[in-house]
Design a protein around this ligand. Structure first.
Ligand SMILES: C[S@@+](CC[C@H](N)C(=O)[O-])C[C@H]1O[C@@H](n2cnc3c(N)ncnc32)[C@H](O)[C@@H]1O
Length: 275
């Protein structure tokens, strides 16, 4: 597997298809990004760093992990050339060698999962490495007929059935999983042009807001007239207040009011998202 990608490293970035796919994956990840935050990112199966290097300027630190020394050495050259110093490369397979205590706010796994034999082990490793409120983004092929790869060496899955992958993500502990098609790769095959859709699955960790929602679920049984959220400072409530309100709205049509002081509204998302 590693040798296969070592051989591809030199020409990887020159492929327009790779760059177009990266742009759409990066946009999908950025849409999930908390406003004004600088997360610690793990890019698993980082390759030459097309995604890691695009996201790095918005991160406080980046770990780019891959089994291919060739891909990582290309990534390092590019990081040096662009002056990105807060990025560390690791040649490692998380399935056989866990990372120890290091934790992340965001984990990205772009077009790599279909090369991983034991998806359940990797998903549970990812889950154990994420901070509360963090998320994982898995971009990969939807289930295909096996014609996507010209050379099937190291391919363990012909894409993924979305429902099956969602269930696996939930089973390892992600309570909120969403999926969207973010890109379509077109390839010419014997039968004509085939489109291979690429999904991005987002799995969110439980966070402070989830505890509020759990409590609320029970209170909703007796159908209150309204729900009032109150707190005396920004950490008291929930930093992504708008997201919490949206999650409450998805549970019930009971009107929601927010009582807070100026310190919470000082935050941009606290000010704008509830509206
Ligand atoms: C299709 S490339 C995608 C690279 C990059 N994420 C991108 O979007 O350009 C898959 C990458 O996964 C790496 N890879 C394959 N199996 C792996 C594993 N078990 N652990 C870590 N990396 C792996 C390969 O070396 C390769 O760099």
């Amino acid at each position: 597997m590693a040798e296969h990608f070592d051989r591809k490293a030199a020409e990887w970035d020159a492929n327009d298809r790779h760059r177009a796919l990266t742009a759409d994956i990066v946009s999908a990840v950025e849409r999930e990004w908390p406003v004004d935050s600088s997360p610690r990112l793990l890019d698993y199966g980082a390759g030459t760093g097309l995604c890691s290097l695009a996201l790095a300027p918005r991160c406080s630190s980046v770990v780019a992990m891959d089994v291919s020394a060739g891909m990582l050495s290309r990534l390092e050259e590019k990081a040096r050339a662009t002056g990105i110093a807060h990025l560390q490369t690791l040649q490692q397979d998380l399935c056989s060698e866990p990372l120890g205590g290091q934790r992340f706010d965001v984990i990205l796994c772009a077009m790599t999962l279909h090369h991983v034999k034991d998806v359940d082990i990797l998903l549970s490793r990812f889950h154990s490495m994420l901070e509360p409120g963090g998320f994982i983004a898995i971009a990969d092929l939807e289930q295909e007929d096996g014609t996507f790869h010209d050379d099937p060496a190291g391919v363990h899955h012909n894409g993924f059935d979305r429902d099956c992958l969602s269930r696996k993500m939930m089973a390892v502990g992600f309570p909120f999983v969403s999926m969207e098609t973010v890109h379509r790769i077109r390839k010419t095959r014997d039968t004509g042009i085939i489109e291979y859709p690429v999904f991005c699955a987002i799995g969110r960790m439980r966070d402070a807001g989830s505890a509020v929602l759990d409590e609320l679920k029970w209170k909703l049984v007796c159908r209150p007239d309204d729900i009032t959220l109150s707190g005396s400072g920004e950490p008291t409530l929930y930093s992504r207040l708008g997201e919490l309100v949206e999650r409450i709205r998805a549970m019930t049509d009971v009107p929601v009011a927010v009582l807070t002081n100026g310190s919470l509204l000082w935050q941009k998302d606290g000010r704008t998202e509830p509206s």
